[in-house]
Design a protein around this ligand. Structure first.
Ligand code: NAP
Length: 352
């Protein structure tokens, strides 16, 4: 019998769900025992219902699994649940899983702003998992909800935190060029995006302007104290399949040289509790010296898609410094990030 932790994937047939199914194939700690999708797919086998779009083939383990209804009462075995649900459905039903004693690692935005729900990036704030104890005390849940940030926030927040730890970021101006896979399946119609840029992604700028201040906030006994930095964001959809590119301009309290900033980035160490998690990249931030890097097509798969690539660190003419970062949106920004959060849950609540 397997001694792995039984897990479920909610909305397992979508863009993020498929990545989860693929990344969980052969996972050393987790075994997928239940999968769900919408009513349209319920009762079908995974391979009947899913329009698989990843270049790596659909794993054998999932092909004949039956898609269950997306309800807490339909799950009989899972202890940790990965959610790739649309935000409106997540809002309605995610608490049911926490009430029923499951630990839910969600990609959806529904509970990211809840003051007792951790917005977790294990390379930055694993201590925010303490909020789950407050969920038990205040919400009466025996499980919990843990969220990962929007894929664009994830794309720059790790280098931003590395700089902030030493030199204290006061202001951030962020301009994104976001991949098509961020819009789910089937995504943006081809005639809208080929030969084009779409300068609007609904709700995205607000997420970028809020999420870093919670992630980089300080854990206090009863809440997270938000980081005081100011953020302004522009978000755009471009004709790239995977990986978001974000150009960032920052103002800092201290004014190191560009060489000192590069050194800080290159030597950033993730917290000890995170280092040995199975999905943690060996190098969380990869600095590229070439003047034309990072690029989505060339750099998105580094460290199995879990690294943040950064380059073009230079002085700015209005604020202090600017840089470019690239990160895989459906791996580090979604499925892989959610699984890394699940591993932190497993370490804290299941003794792994
Ligand atoms: N794509 C990204 O880069 C990214 C990054 C970070 C976060 N997210 C978030 O992750 C979530 C999923 O995004 P996605 O890109 O994977 O979307 P998607 O490709 O459109 O997939 C949607 C999934 O939700 C299922 N679903 C739809 N309605 C449902 C319902 N009423 N009940 C249960 N399941 C339902 C679908 O099942 P059927 O196949 O049966 O229709 C499918 O599995 C969203 O909240 C999104 O904002 C996405």
């Amino acid at each position: 019998m397997s001694n792995k932790i039984p897990v479920a994937v909610l909305a397992s047939t979508g863009s993020v769900g498929q990545r989860m199914i693929s990344l969980l194939d052969g996972h050393p700690w987790f075994e997928v025992v239940e999968v769900t999708a919408s009513e349209r797919s319920e009762g079908k086998t995974y391979q009947e219902a899913c329009h698989w779009f990843l270049s790596k083939p659909m794993p054998d383990y999932v092909k004949n699994m039956k898609l269950l209804p997306t309800q807490a009462s339909a799950l009989q075995k899972a202890k940790i649940v990965f959610s790739a649900l649309p935000a409106d459905i997540a809002k309605e039903i995610e608490p049911d899983f926490a009430k029923a004693g499951m630990f839910l690692s969600s990609n959806a935005s529904a509970y990211r702003k809840d003051p007792l729900v951790p917005l977790l990036v294990p390379e930055i704030n694993p201590d925010h998992l303490d909020l789950v104890e407050l969920q038990h005390k205040n919400y009466g849940w025996t499980g919990g909800i843990i969220t990962n940030p929007n894929c664009t926030t994830t794309g720059f927040v790790i280098p931003l935190h590395a700089i902030d730890q030493k030199y204290h970021v006061k202001q951030l101006f962020a301009f994104s060029m976001q991949a098509l896979s961020g819009a789910g399946i089937p995504g943006v119609p081809s005639l809208d995006i080929i030969d084009n840029v779409i300068p609007y992604i609904g709700g995205e700028e607000e997420k970028l302007e809020f999420e870093p201040i919670k992630i980089m906030g300080t854990m206090q006994p009863d809440s997270v104290k938000y980081h005081p930095m100011q953020i302004s964001a522009h978000t755009n959809r471009v004709a790239v399949v995977d990986a978001h590119t974000i150009c960032c301009t920052i103002a800092t309290e201290e004014k190191p040289s560009v060489e000192e900033l590069i050194d800080t980035i290159e030597n950033y160490q993730v917290p000890d509790v995170t280092k040995t998690l199975p999905s943690c990249p060996k190098q969380a931030i990869i600095y590229h010296e070439e003047p034309n890097r990072p690029q989505p097509r060339l750099d998105r798969d580094l460290e199995n898609g879990m690294a943040t690539s950064i380059g073009r660190i230079r002085k700015d003419t209005i604020l202090d410094y600017r840089f470019v970062s690239v990160s895989h949106n459906t791996i580090r920004g979604a499925a892989g990030g959610s699984i890394l959060n699940g591993e932190l849950i497993a370490r804290r609540f299941f003794g792994m």
